[in-house]
Design a protein around this ligand. Structure first.
Ligand SMILES: CC(C)(COP(=O)(O)OP(=O)(O)OC[C@H]1O[C@@H](n2cnc3c(N)ncnc32)[C@H](O)[C@@H]1OP(=O)(O)O)[C@@H](O)C(=O)NCCC(=O)NCCS
Length: 194
């Protein structure tokens, strides 16, 4: 694996761009929509109140942007080609319990643009880049069982669902949430997507 960092990617309808501060307020506004953050945000619940104000969050986003160009970061702001509007975000990230060549993934799309295949399109572009150019060995991730749209994307890309479920904590959900665990390695990805 070679850490290449985030690189602009183009799909039929979207441009996946290296994040800049310009679109971060829009992304924050999307993330604060309850149906978007419900099964996405897993920041420790004790920071819940801080999340509610852009003024508190701005510094966090500014820090995020300063590291966005690091070669070990993989996070894209998703723009509609046709209008230039920023409609979501997608990332492949490290997890403390995984080696550097195995990533977890995350994605969200503004509700008014959901259901058009945009997240699937962005996920495919990101994973092609991560597997074929960066050369990661695999993805291990999970999605709430109730979050059908998210695990449908995983299944469409050939991710394999584990027999055992796990329970995830989400920032704005009081109880633990039963979730499917999905894995895919580079051989499986290549075979499934060719
Ligand atoms: C998950 C999410 C990114 C999907 O975005 P999207 O652009 O609507 O996704 P797509 O249009 O590519 O659809 C993906 C699949 O889910 C299906 N789907 C979409 N919405 C659905 C719903 N509400 N219920 C069931 N299936 C749904 C689509 O039909 C598609 O499957 P198909 O190709 O077999 O028809 C979006 O719902 C979202 O932002 N959710 C909130 C954030 C989140 O939970 N992120 C994931 C955390 S694991």
């Amino acid at each position: 694996m070679k850490d290449l960092g985030t690189k602009e990617l183009m799909t039929k309808h979207l441009i996946l761009k290296v994040p800049t501060m310009k679109e971060q307020k829009k992304l924050y506004d999307i993330l604060m929509i309850p149906e978007v953050n419900k099964y996405y945000l897993s920041i420790n619940k004790k920071y819940k109140n801080n999340l509610l104000s852009w003024e508190n969050q701005k510094q966090f986003y500014e820090n995020k942007i300063t590291t966005a160009l690091s070669k070990d970061r993989y996070e894209w702001s998703v723009f509609l080609k046709e209008t230039g509007e920023c409609i979501g975000q997608i990332n492949a990230h490290n997890r403390n319990d995984l080696s550097n060549d195995i990533k977890d993934v995350g994605w969200y799309i503004e509700p008014k643009y959901q259901g058009n295949g945009y997240a699937s399109e962005a996920a495919r572009a990101m994973l092609n880049y991560m597997f074929y150019e960066v050369g990661i060995s695999g993805i291990i991730t999970s999605a709430a069982i109730l979050n059908v749209a998210s695990w449908r994307i995983m299944e469409k890309l050939g991710f394999v669902r584990e027999k055992d479920t796990k329970f995830n904590e989400y920032t704005f959900v009081d109880e633990s949430v039963e979730s499917y665990v999905y894995k895919i390695n580079s051989e499986q990805y290549t075979k499934y997507n060719n």
